[in-house]
Design a protein. Structure first.
Ligand code: ADP
Ligand code: MG
Length: 589
């Protein structure tokens, strides 16, 4: 591009704009060449308090010099991009002054990740260039452009940022290599789970507890009991890259393997059961080195199930768990705007199976008691004919034997599950013990005398077709208005989607992507025939092929989508299922 303006022209424009009304900033839109790269001003905010302007910094690889082996596979590229976003973020804190006027004036930000490593749009690495996508508050005093301040940011701070955050010779190279190697190891280990007959793995030495209920950072090492596998469940997984060790690097990692089937986690209150389960929930994603869970590996399609009373349910066949409702109400196509604890949990299981969950994760702390158990005495008092619920206890084996779906269940409160468990792990003082044999013996010497309550066999799940006309992303005069208000709240048009019961979303940018993915799916893939499972399949294929940029309907015209992180199919489906306006039609094969 021979006639691309440079920093000189940008300075001239800013000198001209100085003192003018804020709207005049729009003149900046365009691309500018600077000594080591290109600055793209894609979208200029309307006023100093509006969402900040979107700016990209692109550097050719002959300047950035990122080593090809760090991005020549999909996993490595995701890891390197994630690593660079973190370093640009750090460089922002070191080189950017910050506030330079009113509102968001002077703000410079990049959407870097938290404890998990996710595919995200903040940094893009290609064989030809690397690009960082920033949010920048163009400075103003009142509504008057501060041209000098803008010049300091655009012509001073941003080029310095590129120098610090995107050029390999200025980056901590060993840390970068280890970051990519660590993420690759985690995916390499995940790929071994299936043929080893496992659904999860927790490396010895892992640190599972978090700093606090409000933080995802690790509890300081000196306060945490490191994980140690019982001998009987110990397995060793190969790694793709040597792991830095005390004396010499490890080439394989040992830890506790959780086998397929029904696994029960028991133990006294406060002994670390839920902490272990939560680590498994979030280890469907890779973790950053130093997180403590970086070698905790869960099958990608493991889904946390919890009770969620008040949620909406649309046309779900919950009859395997709940039937014979009072007054003959059908449960083969059950809908409600206000589910109970047990019906919500039943619906969430059936919905998870519908889109391919292979492992269910349940915690007694967040389950409905009447959904989980019904003991002999209660069976004697309330006959089955008057109890709609078939407890999970009576389905959990069938789930595995008929549908191949494993369960990991935290249950300190009922020994009835001993009869149906393949593996029983006891947590004591934050350490796991294999108590399977003992639990079997106890199950034999203390029979529960309860009778199994299956009325109908568990069949493969019903498929549902979402009806595209039941989705409306518009709000006011905007045709598409979708906001991630919090990790667990999307505003889709005028409809809030409550995701508090969807516990495996780990990043606000995933939540945002979920909101836009629903819109993308209605526009491109829902035709009144495709099932929900087919729709999320197509969304995933679309992400694989085109990345996440296309999620933003305006990105070509107006701005770069620098703040998406990739969600799983399970969370996209979960959000659709919770949309209060959604309509589905059941389809029988
Ligand atoms: P349970 O579910 O068995 O009642 P939790 O998992 O909720 O127990 O753990 C209770 C407390 O112990 C939590 O505050 C948690 O952070 C802490 N904790 C869990 N595991 C460990 C560990 N390995 N080391 C230190 N503290 C831990
Ligand atoms: Mg608990």
């Amino acid at each position: 591009m021979p006639d691309m303006p440079g920093m000189h022209e940008l300075r001239q424009t800013l000198a001209r704009l100085d003192g003018k009304g804020y709207k005049a900033y729009k003149d900046l839109q365009g691309a500018y060449e600077f000594d080591i790269g290109t600055l793209f001003i894609d979208h200029v905010q309307g006023d100093p308090f509006a969402a900040p302007s979107r700016i990209r910094l692109r550097v050719p690889q002959h300047v950035a010099n990122l080593p090809e082996p760090l991005f020549n596979t999909a996993t490595r590229r995701v890891a390197l991009q994630d690593f660079l976003a973190r370093w640009v973020d750090r460089a922002i804190r070191d080189t950017v002054q910050g506030r330079r006027g009113m509102g968001k004036s002077g703000l410079v930000a990049i959407d870097a990740g938290g404890q998990e490593v996710l595919q995200r749009t903040a940094v893009v690495v290609t064989p030809r260039w690397v690009e960082a996508r920033l949010h920048v508050g163009l400075p103003a005093s009142g509504r008057t452009i501060l041209g000098r301040q803008a010049e300091a940011i655009l012509c001073g701070e941003l080029p310095r940022l590129v120098e610090r955050g995107l050029r390999w010779h200025n980056l901590p190279q060993e840390e970068g290599e280890q970051f990519v190697a660590c993420v690759e190891n985690q995916e390499f280990m995940r790929a071994q789970l299936e043929k080893r007959g496992l659904v999860a793995f927790i490396a010895n030495g892992s640190l599972l507890p978090r700093e606090s209920g409000a933080s995802t950072r690790p509890l300081p090492r000196e306060q945490a009991v490191p994980f140690q596998s019982p001998e009987s469940l110990r397995v060793t997984l190969a790694v793709a890259n040597p792991v830095p060790g005390h004396t010499e690097p490890y080439t394989a990692i040992s830890g506790m393997g959780i086998p397929r089937g029904v696994t029960l986690m028991v133990g006294g209150g406060y002994h670390g059961k839920s902490t272990l389960l939560q680590a498994l929930e979030h280890s469907v994603y890779p973790h950053i080195p130093g997180d403590g869970r970086e070698y905790v590996i869960t099958t990608r399609s493991a889904v946390k199930i919890r009770a969620e009373d008040g949620r909406r349910v649309e046309q779900v066949n919950i009859s395997p768990f709940i039937s014979n409702l009072p007054y003959g109400r059908s449960t083969t196509a059950f809908s409600t705007d206000d589910a109970s604890g047990s019906t919500s949990q039943a619906a969430s299981i059936v919905e998870a199976l519908e889109v391919g969950a292979k492992v269910l994760l349940l915690d007694e702390d967040t389950s409905a008691t009447n959904f989980m158990v019904r003991d002999a005495r209660m069976q004697a008092l309330v006959q089955k004919a008057h109890e709609p619920i078939t407890p999970f206890l009576d389905r959990v084996r069938e789930l595995y034997e008929t549908l191949g779906v494993s369960t990991i269940l935290v249950m300190g409160g009922s020994g009835d599950y001993f009869d149906v468990a393949d593996t029983v792990i006891m947590m004591r003082d934050y350490l796991p013990y294999d108590v399977t044999t003992e639990a079997r013996r106890i199950a034999q010497s203390y029979p529960t005398r309860r009778s199994a309550e299956r009325t109908i066999p568990l069949e493969s799940v019903t498929r549902r077709t979402p009806l595209p006309e039941s989705f409306d992303p518009s709000r006011g005069r905007r045709e598409v208005k979708i906001d991630a208000r919090a990790l667990d709240l999307v505003l889709f048009g005028n409809d809030p989607i409550d995701l508090r019961g969807v516990e495996q979303i780990v990043d606000l940018s995933q939540t945002r992507a979920i909101g836009y993915a629903i819109h993308l799916a209605t526009e491109k893939f829902m035709d009144g025939r495709a099932t929900l499972n087919e729709v999320v399949d197509m969304v995933e294929q679309f992400f694989d092929r085109h990345g996440l940029d296309e999620l933003d309907p305006f990105h070509r015209k107006e701005h770069h989508p620098g703040n998406f992180a990739r969600p799983r199919r399970h969370e996209i489906a979960a959000a659709i299922n919770r949309l209060r306006t959604v309509q589905m039609r059941q389809r029988y094969e």
